[in-house]
Ligand binder design. Structure first.
Ligand SMILES: [Ca+2]
Ligand SMILES: [Ca+2]
Length: 204
């Protein structure tokens, strides 16, 4: 059964429009706490933050390894993922203004403070998960560095962009593209995650 979105939207509009009057007053007293652009239009503030890394930080391996010295590679490269929590809260906490949000995609821009390290291209990945009002969702499948980006790094180094420091420190700047489900409005939320790139050996 396909839900009647028009009816749903109309109902939500009827219920929530009075609350938006309150929500729209809020920026004057500073609701822009980095929860995401567009929050004032939807009644929801989405927070995104990376779960703390294990000791040793986030390491992205650039080179497959032969860990037992039998001449055969036994540690292959994989995409590196990061766990990020998303929390959907009301713009006006006392008024329960939050509505259902769907994270649809995310774009990662990479930066490094190492001027000789290879620049890494922005990448956009699809997503499709819901964060209900007052809910926190933990996603362990958010890409941090794909194999394509590792290839780009290796090609850059091979081409002469040799980092000063090994491993090389980068930061992933995330922009999550979010749709407010009942209203069809878009909003974004950002998060930053630091990581290291180098030839690492797998942890035992
Ligand atoms: Ca081996
Ligand atoms: Ca390695």
């Amino acid at each position: 059964m396909k839900p009647n979105l028009r009816a749903l939207s109309k109902t939500a509009t009827n219920v929530l429009c009075p609350l938006f009057v309150i929500a729209c007053l809020l920026p004057a007293i500073g609701c822009g706490d980095g929860g995401g652009d567009g929050a004032e239009d939807t009644g929801s503030i989405l927070h995104a933050s990376a779960v703390a890394a294990d000791e040793g930080g986030r390491n992205v391996d650039t080179t497959p390894d032969d860990t037992d010295d039998d001449g055969l590679i036994d540690n292959f490269l994989t995409d590196t993922q990061v766990t990020i929590t998303f929390t959907n809260t009301s713009v006006v906490p006392e008024q329960n203004t939050a509505t259902t949000l769907r994270v649809e995609s995310y774009t990662i821009d990479y930066s490094t403070t190492d001027p000789t390290a290879p620049p890494l291209s922005s990448r956009t990945f699809g997503a499709n998960f819901i964060v209900e009002p007052d809910q926190t969702v933990e996603r362990g499948d958010i890409l941090l560095v794909s194999l394509a980006t590792v290839d780009e790094y290796n090609a850059g180094v091979a081409g002469g962009a040799v980092p000063t420091d090994d491993p090389t420190e980068y930061t992933a700047h995330y922009t999550f593209h979010v749709e407010n489900v009942p209203f069809g409005e878009s909003q974004t939320v950002t998060a930053n995650v630091a990581f290291s790139v180098g030839n690492f050996l797998p942890a035992n």
